[in-house]
Design a protein. Structure first.
Length: 465
């Protein structure tokens, strides 16, 4: 409503000029073909100088004056409401461009008139001077044309590059009555351009700050995990919790070998290990029954240890080095490091000596990511994994060997190991059939699975049984 009042007030002011003391001046401008609004705006802009107002309107400055008048009306309403001016910097620049264009058009018309006048005078002088002075008259005319061309070129350059302060000074020093207005417009345009640049840079900095803040919040949320399921099942966690992105920590490593159960847990207790990740690929074939994953899980639970079995380096994954580059291997190490940053965590291998075990590849990968690996020896001492431990040839060539074996099996050149004839004899089969049928609670077995991989293996096992 206040904006409408401001517009009505502007219309009343125009009508007041058209019917008041300045009605005659407004009438003269209207007779020239301009509207009452343009006439009133031109008179206000020139301090009610009729000749200057006519020059401005004839030079094409009417639309720019109307834009200024509309902006003033909107600014009045905006100030009353506490709002910014409508149009903003873009509209201000458009108005200044229009005013600058009007100045250049007026100046070009004046220069054309001066050129026509000087050309006519030069022609008259050349006709009266005779043949002896004809050559000097032609040189003078050529000089005038060259000077005019240079001046016009300078004006064009000023239109293209407003921020040239040297040109503004030159314009100010020419002494033309319209040059001061041109210099002021150029300076205003330069200030608006600088304001646009600073606003864009500040907006870009603010955007980067918010992006960094959002990334920091996502990283903090990714750290929140209750230990159930897979840590890296969410994409936003996979973006922030890779082993290279997590803070450096110390991870322990231990091999089963021929250790007794009591000795094994005493070694873990000696170094305050509370989390155990079993990375053995063939854990079910362990010589000691207490190292079978199911039995080891129950034993760890009884002692308050977190236990998780993930078979890294199995034949279907083409060896340990290939498996560590896959998602399952990277995610398993990420979970281990996540635990190791909060409590003592260790990963389990099959062999007693870590140099002959898959532990050497896992330790090398963790060491490469910036973490420290301490090997727990059978006597309870610790050995730090060296930075440049040589990788055994059997692990380096394992992927190639397993792929070749797979191709041979597909071609029928090699077969998987089969059970002996004794285990397939009729007596053994009859003995198995005579045993009471074993009942399995499928729901209970599926609930025991803590990861997606364990769930898949449990489902396949239930199908076979």
């Amino acid at each position: 409503a206040m904006l409408q009042d401001a517009a009505l007030g502007a219309g009343a002011a125009v009508r007041g000029l058209a019917t008041g003391a300045k009605a005659e001046e407004v009438g003269h401008l209207v007779d020239l073909g301009f509207s009452e609004r343009e006439a009133a705006a031109a008179l206000k802009a020139t301090n009610f100088d009729l000749e200057r107002a006519a020059e401005v309107l004839l030079g094409g400055g009417g639309p720019a004056l109307l834009l200024c008048a509309d902006e003033d009306a909107q600014q009045i309403g905006g100030d009353a409401l506490g709002l910014p001016a409508a149009g903003g910097i873009g509209q201000q620049k458009a108005q200044l461009y229009a005013r600058l264009d009007a100045i250049y058009k007026r100046r070009r018309s004046q220069e054309r008139l001066e050129t026509d006048h000087s050309g006519a005078a030069a022609a008259t002088a050349a006709a009266s001077a005779g043949d002896d002075d004809s050559s000097s008259g032609e040189v003078t005319t050529q000089d005038d044309d060259a000077s005019l061309a240079r001046r016009l070129q300078e004006r064009e350059n000023a239109w293209v590059g407003f921020g040239n302060c040297d040109l503004c000074d030159a314009l100010a020093g020419e002494g033309d009555g319209g040059d001061w207005e041109e210099v002021a417009i150029l300076q205003q345009l330069e200030e608006l351009e600088m304001h646009d640049t600073s606003a864009a840079s500040s907006g870009e900095a603010l955007r980067r700050t918010f992006e960094q803040y959002d990334e920091m919040l996502e990283a903090q949320e990714a750290e929140e995990w209750d230990g159930r399921g897979d840590l890296m099942v969410r994409e936003w966690r996979r973006l922030h919790l890779q082993i290279e992105q997590q803070e450096p920590c110390t991870v322990y490593a231990l091999g089963c070998g021929g250790l007794r159960e009591q000795v094994f847990f005493e070694l873990l207790s000696l170094h305050s290990v509370r989390v155990l990740y079993d990375f053995r690929p063939n854990a079910e074939a362990s010589p000691g029954r207490h190292f079978v994953p199911e039995a080891l899980k129950l034993a760890c639970r009884a002692r308050g240890l977190v236990y998780r079995h993930i078979a890294l380096g199995r034949e279907g994954a083409y060896g340990i080095l290939k498996h560590l580059r896959e998602d399952e291997g990277r995610n398993a190490l990420a979970e281990l490091v996540w635990y190791a940053r909060r409590k003592h965590a260790a990963f389990l291998g099959a062999q007693e000596d870590w140099r002959d075990d898959y532990r050497i590849a896992i330790a090398a990968r963790l060491r490469e990511a910036g973490h420290k690996v301490m090997h727990i020896l059978t006597d309870g001492s610790l050995e730090e994994h060296p930075e440049a431990a040589p990788m055994p040839d059997n692990l380096v060539n394992e992927e190639q060997r397993l792929r070749l074996l797979e191709k041979q099996r597909q071609a029928g050149e090699a077969r998987r190991p089969q059970k002996s004839a004794v285990s397939r004899s009729s007596e053994v089969v009859a003995l198995k059939l005579a045993q009471p049928q074993k009942e399995i609670d499928v729901g209970a077995e599926l609930r025991k699975a803590e990861t997606q991989a364990e769930l898949v293996r449990t489902q396949r096992s239930c199908e076979r049984q």
